[in-house]
Design a protein around this ligand. Structure first.
Ligand code: SF4
Length: 373
């Protein structure tokens, strides 16, 4: 009994010392309201009605492209006048405001981002925005080679190379431009660089199972992630838009399993990732499937988009929530712009199907080149 009493006394004394003589004790004894507001300041402000925290911004810096991929844009496409693109200063301002609201990752897209002459200045400026931890870039590879050294120095977090085939003839048919050799040089240079590489291949009805196997074989000796993407209904011409993709995510997977029965399932790289990952044992790289049309990942979607002309989209499939370009050019304050972003996110759709339904008439002729993928 005496031992128990001594142990209880020692425990009480230790508890007292820690509880009331902890130099950080003032945090615990702060008035509740002050503590709550301090916590609130650390919370991300962009939370949609379904509890999804928005931390990722996909930003298109141009609608121009040096390819004419058949599923993306027609030959006769008319590009936006420069005055309708966000300027470098406007881009930086919007990203700064987004960072204050909890955006941590930015992906630069196009069109083809390297068609914009200021691309390095944009990347450089975004790398310095407080709160933005990662800047990624998506490219078709035609112009990137000369920039790779600079991208390494800037600490670009990854490059997504859009490359739908490793066959020269098929490349010319799909892209309508004879630059396969240039893109393969970029592919090799990216592999040799320190920048992590994903290859994104949109599968259309032009692809065969053998095309898919040829692409899978690229992961045998190369440390890259090759992701197959379902074709999406944004090719700028509603009459040619597919009602459903020829290669659905289930068909892609069963085709891969036919050739690689030992395919390992790796799941998603993080909760909001769009790609389901796989691996052929002993191959260096990984494979992925992105069900962009089937929309199997909306429940965890953490991204916003800003189109080349400065339209905020809270979903790939919506028709635009806020015209940021007009807002920026009408003298809006940072707090006005923050409020517009917060309010748009609060009205976000549950998923891409609801967004598409709500915007069907308005978005019929949108193209991936203006949305930015
Ligand atoms: S369809 Fe819309 S909600 Fe679904 S993942 Fe894509 S952007 Fe997010």
């Amino acid at each position: 009994m005496r031992t128990i009493m001594i142990r209880a006394t020692v425990f009480f004394l230790l508890y007292y010392l820690v509880r009331y003589h902890n130099p950080k004790n003032y945090v615990i004894s702060r008035p509740l309201t002050e503590y709550s507001s301090a916590r609130y300041a650390m919370q991300p402000a962009l939370i949609d009605p379904y509890g999804r925290h928005i931390t990722y911004l996909r930003l298109s810096v141009t609608d121009r492209c040096n390819l004419r991929c058949t599923y993306c844009m027609g030959e006769s496409i008319r590009f936006l006048p420069k005055s309708k693109l966000l300027t470098l200063e406007e881009i930086v301002r919007v990203v700064q405001i987004c960072a204050q609201l909890g955006i941590r990752k930015v992906r630069i897209t196009g069109g083809e981002p390297f068609m914009r002459n200021e691309i390095l200045a944009i990347l450089c400026a975004l790398r310095s925005v407080e709160g933005i931890n990662e800047v990624h870039i998506t490219t078709n590879g035609v112009r990137i080679t000369e920039y790779i050294r600079a991208l390494e120095e800037l600490g670009i977090a990854s490059v997504n190379l859009s490359l739908d085939t490793f066959g020269a003839e098929q490349f010319a048919t799909l892209t309508r431009r004879p630059v396969f050799g240039t893109v393969m040089q970029a592919f090799e240079a990216l592999l040799a660089s320190s920048i992590p590489l994903n290859v994104n291949a949109v599968l259309t009805h032009h692809h065969t199972a053998d095309d898919i196997y040829a692409m899978c074989e690229q992961t045998r000796d190369n440390p890259l992630c090759l992701r197959f993407i379902e074709e999406m209904p944004f090719n700028g011409n509603i009459r040619e838009s597919p009602a459903a993709p020829y290669w659905t995510h289930t068909k892609i997977l069963s085709t891969m399993r036919d050739r690689y029965p030992q395919l390992q399932e790796l799941g998603r790289s993080h909760h909001a990732a769009t790609a389901e990952l796989y691996k052929v044992p002993v191959y260096q790289g990984t494979l992925g499937i992105i069900a962009g049309f089937s929309r199997t990942f909306c429940h965890a979607c953490n991204r916003l988009r800003i189109t080349a002309q400065g339209m905020l989209k809270t979903c790939l499939y919506d028709s635009g929530a806020v015209n940021l370009r007009m807002l920026l050019r009408s003298g809006a304050s940072d707090s006005d712009i923050s409020s517009a972003l917060i309010s748009a996110v609060r009205q976000r759709f549950r998923n891409g199907f609801e967004a598409e339904q709500a915007s069907q008439r308005a978005s019929g002729f949108e193209t991936m080149s203006t949305i930015g993928g």
